[in-house]
Design a protein around this ligand. Sequence first.
Ligand SMILES: Cc1ncc(COP(=O)(O)O)c(C=O)c1O
Length: 382
Amino acid sequence: MRHHRDLGPNARLIGEPRSRQALATPALILDLDAFERNVKAMARLCKRAGVSLRPHAKTHKSIEMARRQIAAGAIGVSVATIREAAVMVKAGLPGVLLTTPVVGAVKIDILCDLAGNSEGFMAVVDNLANLSELEAALEKRGKRLAVLVDIDIGMKRTEEPDVAGALALIRCVRVSRVLTWAGLQSYSGTVQHIASTVNRERVYGRQLRHLTRVLDGLDKAGLIPGIISGGGTGTFDIDRRAGLFTECQCGSYAVMDIEYEEVQLFADGTHPFKAALYVQCMVVNNNHREWPTVDGGFKGFSMDGPVPRPARGAPPGAVYQFYGDEFGKIKFARKTDSLKLGSKIEFVAPHCDPTVNLHDFFHCVRGNVLVDIWPVDARGSL
Ligand SMILES: Cc1ncc(COP(=O)(O)O)c(C=O)c1O
C-alpha cells in the first residue's frame, strides 16, 4: 500500500466522486481512456505493419505507463537519458534501449552498472573514441553490452558516418570482446513536426535514401543488422510504408500534444491518436477586468512550442498567455466573459515531453473521477 504522502496533495481524492474538479493545482492530468486507446491503436498499427514497437519512454518517464505499453504488445521501451534507463531497468522492465550515446566517465560507469542487469538492455554508439572509452570501462568491470550503431540520416546530432564510416564503426563493434553488435538506429527529430505529409515525406524521403545506401553497403559487406530501430510519431506512416525499420520508437502518440495535433500524421487523413495529457489550473485572481490569472506559468508548461490551449473550463475563444513563473493570464474573446475565482481550466499540453518533466505526478482520471496517481518516476536530469 503506497502512503498518501508519496503521491502528493491530491492522493486523498482518489476514487471520490467529482474529484477531477477538486484537484490542487497546477496538476498534470492523464485521461486514462484516451491513453489506453492511443496505446492500443499504435500496437495494432505496428502489428499490421509487421514491425515491433519499442515506444519512447522519454515522453512520459513513467514505469506504470511503460508497463502498460509492454502489456499491450511493445517489446520494451526506448529511453533518452541514463537516468531514464536506470529507472526502467531497476523497475525490471525488459527490452530497454538507451537511444542516446553515453559520453563521459560518470555516465559510462552507470551504464556499466546497468549492463547485464536487465533482459535485452541495449545502448547506442556513434563515435570511435566513445566506443573505445565504453569498451575500456566494460572490460574493467567484466561486463558485456549489446549496442546499436547510430546512423545520422540528416539531423546532424549524432555522428554522420557515410557508408564507409558506418562500416568502420560496425567492424570495431564486431571485433570487440565486450560489445555485441545488435543492429542500427536512425532517428530524425527535425522532420517529425513538418505539418503536411507531402512536405514531410519529401524531406524525410531524402534522409531515408541515405539509410538505404548504408543498408546496401552493409549487405555488400555481408553484414545484416538484426535490428533497425528508429522513427517517431510524425514519421510512423512514412516508416511503415518504406519498410526499412524492424521496430519503431514512437513516443508522443501515447499522450499527444498541441504540436502533434497540428501535424497531419497519416497520408490517408486519419488521425488515430487523441490528446490524453492536460494541465489543470485554477483561477487564482479575477480582480482585474481585463484578465483573470491562473496558477500555471513557465514552471507548469513547456515553453518551446505553442502556448497552452484551453480544452475545458474557459469561455469559447479565450486564449492563454504566459504571465510569469507560476502564472498565466486568460484573454477573453468577449468583454462580457468572466471566470469565477477558484474555477478550473484544463489546457492541452503544448509539447508533451518537457511539460511532463515539470511535474511530479500524473493524475489519472476517468471522466470526472481521479482514479489513480502515477509518479513521473524518471523526472529530472542526467
Ligand atoms: C531517438 C528518438 N526516438 C524516438 C523519439 C520519439 O519521437 P516522438 O515523440 O515524436 O514520437 C524521440 C523523440 O525525441 C527520439 O529522440
